[in-house]
Write a protein that binds this ligand. Structure first.
Ligand SMILES: Nc1ncnc2c1ncn2[C@@H]1O[C@H](COP(=O)(O)OP(=O)(O)OP(=O)(O)O)[C@@H](O)[C@H]1O
Ligand SMILES: [Mg+2]
Length: 375
């Protein structure tokens, strides 16, 4: 028999209520049943977009249920100490420190190959204003704000976000929309608040949301109403930040589907700047080979400029993979008893033949076009 929304809601509410009380053992079966119910509902849904969202929702409930096992074990391990924490977290049903991951990245801009224009723009908009706040004030340059990094996969967007945090000596908060939206289903606004509270506790913070398009898809169904509340809230939190000298709060988003973003978030004043992170040009590919061959033993005949010619359309991540895989041939020969030898041109060219660029030419044109029209 087909599941109804009423049954789904009852099960989900019971599961979430148990979660909030810290009763993970009781919560788990409700969440699983609610997920099953949602899957049945989705199977009957004729609208493809809605069906996809319902499936995502079901998956998120399953993730929550899985999380219950981990929490139940940890709760048992902590014994009597659970009390305080549980009380702190009553309001949202979750301890923010469970899902808010803080890190201090140590990637410098120099570690990133190419992208000189991108780096320059970031220096101008994000780094210099922090390093020279008095001058920024004098010239009326805004400090902080939001930046959207967009481009094909594997081009260094995440790396850039980390490098920004590193260059500013800021604490980085890496969050995925799934974490914001699903951890405590229906409590997304509270999650955003907690995230910003945690970020504001630090002197300098960079909040980085990857795959931001899944937080702000184009309006299409009732399911995205939570998302439609969350995005303005994030922007409001940003605006409300008290920009004292020496303090910083930045919001970076990354996406490889910029065309899926809701146009509301793209209006001026929201993401103050949008930066296209394209596939590496010839010079950048040369540098990528240098970086990722690193100290590996290379034959003298290896000519990076030839490799650069053969890797047009490959991403940074692809070139990293080419370097790693090229090393496996001589390595395997050596461990099978052959004399150790250097990586040679034939090894690398064979690997380039094997590895298909992860971004198709058609997709690549789509990014270029979008960047031209929209940013
Ligand atoms: N310009 C670059 N310089 C140095 N390394 C790079 C560069 N671009 C990509 N890489 C390497 O490729 C890998 C993927 O990079 P990264 O995760 O930053 O890509 P991304 O653009 O965030 O991809 P996605 O859109 O899939 O999240 C990293 O491990 C990084 O080492
Ligand atoms: Mg990334």
């Amino acid at each position: 028999m087909a599941s109804s929304f009423a049954t789904f809601k009852r099960l989900k509410d019971k599961g979430i209520a148990a979660l909030k009380q810290g009763d993970y053992v009781a919560a788990k079966p409700y969440l699983i049943q609610a997920a099953e119910c949602m899957i049945e509902i989705s199977e009957e849904n004729k609208d493809r977009d809605q069906r996809a969202e319902q499936e995502t929702y079901a998956r998120e409930l399953i993730d929550l249920a899985k999380d219950c096992d981990r929490k139940a074990k940890r709760g048992a391990g902590k014994g009597g100490r659970r009390g305080d924490r549980a009380r702190d977290d009553d309001e949202s049903g979750a301890d923010a420190s469970d899902w808010i991951v803080k890190e201090k990245p140590d990637i410098r801009f120099d570690d990133i190959a190419g992208l000189d224009d991108v780096k320059e723009e970031i220096y101008l908009k994000m780094i210099y204003p922090f390093r020279h706040p008095e001058m920024a004030k004098r010239y009326g340059i805004d400090v902080g704000g939001g930046m959207l990094l967009f481009g094909p996969p594997g081009t260094g967007k995440t790396m850039i976000a980390k490098a920004i945090a590193c260059e500013l000596d800021a604490t980085m908060f890496v969050i995925t929309p799934a974490q914001l939206m699903s951890k405590w289903v229906g409590e997304a606004e509270q999650n955003v608040r907690k995230l910003f509270e945690a970020a504001k506790e630090e002197q300098k913070s960079v909040i980085f949301i990857d795959e931001i398009e899944s937080l702000v898809p184009k309006r299409r169904s009732s399911q995205s109403t939570v998302m439609q509340r969350v995005v303005p809230q994030i922007l409001q939190e940003l605006e409300g930040f008290d920009r004292k000298v020496g303090r910083a709060l930045m919001f970076l988003g990354a996406t490889n589907e910029p065309w899926s973003l809701d146009s509301a978030i793209m209006r001026p004043g929201r993401f103050d700047s949008r930066v296209y992170v394209p596939l590496p040009d010839a010079e950048a590919r040369f540098r990528l080979f240098e970086i990722y061959f690193g100290d590996r033993p290379l034959d003298d005949e290896i000519d990076f400029s030839v490799l650069v010619e053969h890797t047009k359309g490959y991403s940074g991540a692809d070139i990293k993979a080419i370097c790693a895989r090229s090393a496996t041939r001589p390595f395997l020969e050596t461990v099978s008893g052959a004399e150790p030898r250097n990586i040679n041109m034939a090894d690398v060219l064979a690997v380039i033949e094997e590895i298909v660029p992860s971004v198709s030419r058609k997709d690549c044109e789509k990014y270029d076009q979008w960047a031209l029209n929209e940013s």
